[in-house]
Design a protein around this ligand. Structure first.
Ligand code: B16
Ligand code: MG
Length: 217
């Protein structure tokens, strides 16, 4: 069996979710409200403008399109400031080992991220060279749960959807992978990842045979 792997970035390969949270929280607080951890969960995998819409909604705040662009840009300034200082030590457990194993076996690897900052993050954490294709927030027109990001990744890898395995930490991403007719590994708390074919805490110990078994199902 030939398989191809498509990795989400934030929350799967690197722990940037905490930086997104800090920057969004700072923005909400500056507008006079706060949001919970459970609400923050709903922002994972969702693109920048859709995240802002949700947050403003929670605060009961209405802003014009122009004001929203300014707020999103402000949050991104704070976020970019934080990720600019990232290093390879912030790669999540098991990520390097799995990427290296897949690479050594000539299994194709794509990035499927909603982030427009993926280039900077991959560079800061020394992961860029593993990827045969990169599809991120700059390359898509729709946000997860739309399958576009994963469909494009498969296309660039020349892989059939049924041979692809998506790694995701967000429910919007799991939904997107299912809509793309791909197998999906849920990374993190199982309760946050309804519909995944396999649940893992992190990428530690994932074997290629496990992945082959997933697509053979
Ligand atoms: P940016 P992923 C997503 O990345 C994050 O999970 C989500 O919280 C964020 O809003 C989105 O990227 C956009 O990020 O503001 O950097 O363009 O999990 O799909 O890799
Ligand atoms: Mg993610």
């Amino acid at each position: 069996t030939t398989i191809a792997c498509i990795f989400d970035l934030d929350g799967v390969l690197v722990d940037t979710a905490v930086y997104h949270y800090q920057a969004w929280k700072k923005l909400a607080n500056s507008l006079g409200f706060d949001f919970s951890h459970a609400q923050n969960e709903q922002l994972k995998g969702v693109n920048r403008m859709r995240s802002l819409d949700k947050i403003l909604d929670w605060g009961g705040i209405v802003k014009s399109q122009e004001e929203k662009e300014e707020l999103a840009a402000l949050k991104n300034t704070w976020y970019v400031d934080m990720i600019s200082r990232m290093s390879a030590s912030e790669v999540l457990p098991g990520s390097l080992e799995l990427l290296q194993d897949l690479h050594d076996r000539d299994i194709k690897i794509a990035l499927g991220s909603a982030s427009k900052n993926s280039g900077l993050i991959l560079e800061r954490t020394n992961l860029t060279h593993f990827f045969d294709a990169i599809v991120d927030g700059n390359a898509v027109t729709t946000s997860k749960p739309d399958p576009e990001v994963f469909v494009k990744g498969a296309e660039l890898l020349n892989a059939a959807a049924e041979d692809c395995i998506v790694f995701e930490d967000a429910s919007a991403g799991i939904e997107a992978a299912i809509a793309a007719h791909m197998a999906v590994v849920g990374v993190g708390e199982a309760a946050n990842l309804p519909g995944a074919d396999l649940f893992i805490k992190d990428l530690t110990g994932v074997t290629v045979q496990q992945l082959i078994d997933l697509v053979a199902k």
